[in-house]
Design a protein around this ligand. Structure first.
Ligand SMILES: [Zn+2]
Ligand SMILES: [Zn+2]
Length: 411
């Protein structure tokens, strides 16, 4: 198979050509050209979380010619599931990509740059969609003999709401996947290098907003008011032990103070209100619930001691992703069979991924695929998913499907 960057994926394959599984997972150059064009079209027309109607339409239209057995629309919002049924019973395997872009202005400067001000595909979800659409093209030529393959194009990943919304949608009951797999591109790792392992793959996280209410006063008479400033100072001291980068383990707790506001920008007023935004991170959902409760109790105790009222609200909640050991093994074996190099990447990823919501109902496997060492970081204005990663991504998903089928037969 010819890579789009002029490099063949076979070059990476450590095995003799006659035994290399990559031949079974390759797409013809015409298909790769269509996938690059699809990614560029998606990149140029980004839609934010929960608003991905056009994106879902474009993907559905692209996959219509692959003659899927079912297409489910409107899953958890604008989600789309494209289903290919085998003739005989077998495992039901879901592969997931994300539909949404980010509310960040891109640097652009290339032909397929975002045409929508303040919105851009800076997390590479355009590339993930192209890869999943590529699996659809591959399935059109390699219909499942048994079992079922589900391509899930999920909405609203960036807000942490989409996976849970898909799971809560009554239509999802029709899909009943036994396995769910996803990949995320990862700048900083060599192109096509694979990182996967059993256990925690990405952190649980939640945003906590604290609003303190005191009483304003003239700046010359602060003692007649009630300033929340000491509560902010106490909060900073209380969170300091969690603000560094401890070893990742079951006790891992990270608190990042993201935003603070005290009073109004006026020299004549002693402040009466303050707020703080904190992101909490742990390795499991239960550890996150405990951490959140501890922070809330501490903030309430401090506020009460100072005579302040405090209210808390939670935002951007992401479940931890817990890789099933066998799912991780299937991914690793698929990568090895394709000759994908192993990435030097410490798991779990500290950032969150709402794919974790699927861990509660099926065997999940999330992996990371290198997007190139010299690439800008995800969510930065310069990021543009590398087209050369589409072919390895499609091959990896196709090979994972093969591994699951082989394992199911063996079991
Ligand atoms: Zn993102
Ligand atoms: Zn992402």
């Amino acid at each position: 198979m010819q890579g789009l960057g002029g490099r063949t994926l076979m070059d990476n394959c450590p095995k003799p050509r006659h035994s290399c599984r990559m031949e079974n997972t390759a797409l013809p150059p015409d298909d790769l050209g269509k996938l690059v064009a699809l990614r560029h079209a998606l990149h140029a027309a980004p839609e934010l979380s929960g608003q991905e109607r056009e994106t879902a339409d474009r993907v559905a239209l692209f996959l219509r010619d692959t003659q899927p057995d079912h297409i489910l629309r409107g899953l958890g919002g604008h989600g789309l599931a494209v289903v290919y049924e085998g003739a005989a019973p077998g495992p039901s395997v879901m592969f997931r990509a994300e539909l949404d872009a980010l509310p960040i202005a891109a640097r652009g400067g290339f032909a397929h740059a975002s045409r929508r001000p303040g919105r851009a595909h800076l997390c590479g979800h355009d590339g993930h969609m192209a890869i999943l659409a590529g699996l659809g093209l591959w399935l059109a030529r390699n219909r499942p003999a048994r079992g079922r393959v589900i391509l899930l194009f999920q909405p609203a990943e960036e807000t942490g709401e989409g996976a849970r919304a898909v799971l809560a949608d009554p239509q999802f009951a029709q899909l009943r996947p036994d396995w769910a797999f996803a990949l995320h591109n990862m700048p900083g790792l060599p192109l096509g290098a694979l990182a996967v392992g059993p256990g925690p793959a990405s952190c649980a996280s939640v945003g906590v907003r604290l609003v303190y209410q005191g009483r304003e006063a003239h700046a010359s008479l602060p003692e007649t008011g009630l300033s929340p400033a000491p509560a902010l100072a106490a909060l900073m001291a209380d969170l300091a032990p969690y603000s560094t980068s401890p070893e990742m383990g079951p006790e891992y707790r990270l608190a990042t103070l993201c935003h603070m506001r005290l009073g109004a920008p006026a020299f004549g007023i002693a402040p009466g209100q303050a707020e703080a935004w904190i992101t909490l991170r742990t390795l499991s959902d239960s550890a996150l619930a405990e951490f959140e409760a501890d922070v809330a109790a501490l903030a309430q105790t401090r506020a009460a001691a100072l005579g302040l009222a405090v209210s808390l609200s939670r935002h951007d909640h992401f479940n931890a992703t817990l890789n099933d050991a066998q799912a991780a093994a299937h991914i690793a074996q698929a990568g090895a069979a394709l000759g994908l190099p192993k990435a030097e990447f410490a798991l779990p990823m500290r950032a969150s991924e709402d794919f974790g919501a699927f861990s509660a109902c099926t065997r999940t496997g999330l992996c990371f695929l290198g997007a190139g060492v010299a690439q800008p970081d995800l969510h930065t204005p310069e990021y543009d998913f590398p087209d050369a990663l589409i072919a390895p991504g499609v091959a990896l998903f196709a090979a994972i499907w093969g591994q699951v089928l082989a394992g199911d037969r063996a079991g």
